[in-house]
Design a protein around this ligand. Structure first.
Ligand SMILES: [Zn+2]
Ligand SMILES: [Zn+2]
Ligand SMILES: [Zn+2]
Length: 106
């Protein structure tokens, strides 16, 4: 595990979109400003590392901005070509790779 700055709130611990109130606690890091991501990891392609898709928490990385890489060999997802986005609706995550942009080779 490595501690990284919460992408969703950029380390402030507050909800960046002020859903409840402008000072509401960030739901991703619980207000700590940092999140644990297992190593190795890479930037989440679905949200581009911001942790947010529009004003929603990114479903692929749960708002952390990074997705853990599996120990198995991976290839770029053929469905979304690594973008992590659903081809018909970019605000949804790709069904094949769940927005991670890669799939495990079998
Ligand atoms: Zn946060
Ligand atoms: Zn993401
Ligand atoms: Zn995909």
């Amino acid at each position: 595990m490595s501690k990284i700055t919460c992408s969703f709130c950029r380390g402030t611990g507050k909800d960046p979109f002020g859903i409840m109130s402008w000072q509401s606690v960030c739901s991703v890091c619980g207000g700590k400003g940092v999140v644990d991501v297992p190593k190795p990891y890479r930037v989440c392609p679905h949200c581009g590392g911001t942790g947010a898709v529009k004003t929603f928490t990114c479903t692929s990385c749960k708002g952390k901005g990074y997705v853990p890489l599996p120990s198995s060999p991976i290839v770029t997802c053929p469905e979304c070509r690594g973008s992590g986005d659903d081809q018909s609706n970019p605000s949804l995550d790709c069904l094949k790779c769940h927005g991670k942009g890669f799939v495990i080779t079998v």
